[in-house]
Write a protein of this length. Structure first.
Length: 636
């Protein structure tokens, strides 16, 4: 089969439905089509599809032109789910909304089905009725399709039109029935109810549809014709008398109905104490071979060159006995502490990845500081399907998680590109032949105070601004909001921050430039300056704080700032001298205002995109949980 050379897919003026469906079915890669019609009809449709050029279009969705003949191809989805009054699929409509939401979130459009949030019901009767309703809905437009092709110069009044409806089965694993011994997909060409309807619709010459091979999980495309409908009626399968199966993949696998069994986690996972595998030295180095693991968010703490006590009975799950966090491990490792259990799956009952993913959606209160595995967590019961079905579920989960991870990686790369763009804007903004002065000539540097932790209180009226609270041009208290009662007059006089003060952090990782962040005080009137954070208070008759908030964050100033860095291998520090001694540009006030306006105009769009990315990244874990939850409810 050939796609039209140079045709643009997914543009405003063309539809790629037909091309995408044929591609998903593998027709461009040589997948065999099953022709349930006469040899002459099979040859006719085959020559169209393999000798002509498939062209995406709009009403109809595609066409193939060969000599004075045009094959009209109109695509629509079929499934056994509830419908809207106009005949549209509730499954497709909801899936479309979910795809759109994910697309907006990831900036790019992911592949795959998102029919995981539907909760709809289906049946054989509903499936056939949906097929008939959607067929009839498109059938009334055939005349319009022909007129449109003529109007666009594709055809003329003498063109011989052939009409094909591409009815794509969209139920998650197909529409299935069982006679009690085997499971089979419903094929429209063998459905009496549908054939009785189709033979009365002569304007449609062919139907192209698909079923799923349960043995290989591959799509089988098939074609049948209107003229062959009467003959096919002699070969129908009595689907209506059979048991209709839910599209829940937890219950269907390769020709039999699978029954889940309930196990306690302790029956599926034996544990090994980590003591023999604890690392002797925490002198880690990335050049060493063996990773040292924790079950927490960090996962890999570092690498060791120790060769004894390496755990290698893989794969396993490491389980934090105090937080119940867990990680899947399929490589040799050592551990840092005894605060975990090494869990070994019984592979005669459960796949390691299956039970690991299942554990990720267990709701468990671990707020009390104690060990949980033996007395509580191991007693939690879970449903476990047969191994072959576990394989399917794991494969589907990893397919979906791979898409999610790819989307997250794209967002992270975009965020990194935005950071580079910001620095480029700031670097360019301050290039010019401007007068220079030392900062100490027009500003005062204020050092922070070591507030006593014993005075911290949620009832305090004043907020202590720490290193971690100062970010690039904003304050962040999401992880650490510290209030204090240590607010006597002398404290407030020295350390209460004022509008226009520019705060800059003075401590971080040596050589990594992960500090020196600048944020300006605006309307906040209860912020107190903590140690290792400094504030610059400007003479605002000659220096705009808004200007220096940007200038101090620019590469021009940061290069000077970090040239004063001191400290050991791990920690870097910059003192007050680094703030006051450097010579910096000092344009007149009018020029400063103009530069601020220009920078803010260029960074505002950048900031908006950055906020959207941050929100998406924060939502990624919830999306990961949703994928896992739906997988184990049989809805992926």
């Amino acid at each position: 089969m050939k796609k039209r050379n140079g045709s643009k897919l997914n543009t405003d003026n063309t539809r790629a439905e037909v091309t995408e469906t044929f591609y998903n079915w593998g027709l461009f890669q040589g997948t065999t089509v099953h022709y349930l019609c006469t040899k002459e009809e099979a040859s006719d449709i085959h020559s169209f599809l393999h000798q002509g050029n498939l062209t995406p279009f709009e009403r109809p969705d595609g066409y193939v032109k060969r000599d004075n003949r045009v094959l009209i191809i109109e695509h629509f989805a079929i499934d056994g789910y509830d419908t809207y009054p106009n005949g549209g699929s509730l499954l497709s409509a909801k899936e479309s909304k979910i795809k759109k939401a994910i697309s907006n979130l990831f900036i790019s459009n992911p592949e795959g089905s998102y029919s995981t949030l539907l909760g709809t019901t289906n049946s054989y009767e509903q499936f056939i009725q949906n097929c008939i309703d959607r067929f009839a809905n498109h059938y009334t437009s055939i005349k319009e399709y022909k007129e449109h092709l003529i109007a666009e110069g594709v055809a003329d009044d003498n063109t011989d039109f052939t009409v094909c409806f591409l009815m794509e089965e969209k139920s998650p694993i197909g529409t299935l029935v069982t006679d009690g011994e085997s499971i089979m997909p419903v094929c429209l060409a063998h459905s009496k109810e549908f054939l009785d309807f189709f033979k009365k619709m002569p304007e449609v010459d062919y139907i192209f549809s698909n079923v799923l091979d349960l043995n290989t999980s591959k799509i089988i495309p098939y074609v049948f014709s209107n003229k062959s409908a009467e003959l096919l009626l002699s070969e129908v399968i009595d689907y209506k008398s059979m048991q209709f199966l839910s599209s829940d993949p937890m219950f269907v696998h390769r020709g039999f109905v699978a029954e889940c069994r309930e196990y306690a986690l302790g029956d599926l996972l034996s544990y090994v104490q980590p003591t023999p595998y604890i690392v002797s030295s925490t002198d880690y180095n990335d050049s060493y071979k063996t990773p040292v693991l924790t079950a927490g968010k960090t996962f890999i703490l570092g690498y060791t060159n120790e060769t004894d006590g390496i755990f290698s009975q893989l794969p396993v799950i490491i389980f934090d006995d105090f937080t119940t966090a867990s990680k899947y491990v399929d490589f040799p490792f050592k551990v840092k502490s005894s605060a975990m259990k090494i869990l070994i799956p019984d592979t005669t009952k459960v796949l390691p990845k299956f039970i690991f993913y299942r554990m990720q959606i267990i709701s468990f209160d671990s707020s009390t500081h104690k060990r949980y595995w033996i007395q509580q967590y191991s007693k939690i019961k879970v449903q476990v399907s047969p191994i072959p079905m576990q394989e399917r579920i794991v494969a589907r989960i990893e397919e979906m998680l791979s898409q999610l991870d790819a989307g997250m990686e794209t967002l992270k790369k975009t965020k990194a590109q935005l950071a580079v763009y910001r620095q480029a804007v700031l670097k360019e903004a301050f290039v010019g032949d401007y007068p220079k002065k030392q900062l100490k000539d027009f500003s005062k540097a204020i050092s922070g105070y070591a507030f006593k932790s014993s005075k911290y209180s949620t009832d305090g009226d004043y907020i202590v601004v720490k290193i971690g609270n100062v970010k690039e041009r904003h304050f962040d208290f999401s992880r650490d909001l510290t209030k204090t009662l240590e607010t006597d007059e002398s404290i407030l006089e020295k350390y209460l921050l004022q509008r226009g003060d520019c705060l800059i952090t003075l401590t971080g990782s040596r050589g990594k430039r992960d500090y020196g962040f600048v944020a300006m005080i605006g309307d906040q009137n209860n912020y107190l300056l903590n140690q290792r954070v400094a504030a610059l208070r400007f003479d605002q008759s000659v220096a705009l704080p808004e200007f220096f908030q940007y200038y101090l964050a620019s590469p021009l100033y940061r290069d000077m700032f970090f040239s004063y860095e001191t400290g050991n291998v791990g920690q870097g520090n910059v003192g007050i001298k680094a703030l006051l001694d450097p010579y910096v540009i000092l344009p007149d006030i009018v020029t400063q205002k103009r530069i601020v306006e220009d920078v803010e105009a260029r960074l505002s769009v950048c900031d908006s995109i950055d906020q959207t990315i941050d929100m998406a990244l924060q939502q990624s874990e919830a999306m990961r949980q949703s994928i896992l939850k739906e997988a184990f409810e049989g809805k992926l």
